[in-house]
Design a protein. Structure first.
Length: 126
């Protein structure tokens, strides 16, 4: 949830200025306005935080929540645990409760699934 604090400043050279500050809590929103402009909020609104986008991928058993790995771009189920230092190639997949740790390398069309564990400098490819 975010808060929006709106103020209308006194005229500066005959021009009214409206300032809008958004912050994660109401105190921060109003404090930013007060410290910057030495005036108080004239209107406070609550802004709902949008729900995070959930990506889905079909590993073969239907769509499940998943994401593309930061190092290589391969698909990883949200239930799997893959280290950022590991590599999951663009055509490789990690699903289930699999773990890929250290500098492990999953590439080609390899699929790591179930409760499989790939550690350290191991390479898996297909």
């Amino acid at each position: 949830m975010f808060y929006r604090c709106t103020i209308d400043t006194p005229p500066v050279r005959g021009v009214f200025v409206q300032v809008i500050v958004e912050a994660p809590d109401i105190i921060t929103a109003c404090e930013k306005v007060e410290l910057t402009w030495d005036v108080y909020c004239t209107k406070v609104e609550t802004i709902p935080t949008p729900a995070p986008k959930v990506e889905m991928y079909d590993f073969g058993g239907g769509l499940v929540p998943a994401h593309q790995h930061v190092n290589g771009g391969g698909w990883v189920a949200n239930t799997a645990d893959v280290a950022d230092t590991a590599y999951v190639g663009p055509n490789a997949r990690v699903s289930g409760y699999a773990q890929v740790s250290g500098y492990a390398h999953v590439s080609g069309n390899a699929q790591v699934s179930g409760y499989a564990q790939v550690w350290e400098y191991t390479g898996i490819w297909r």
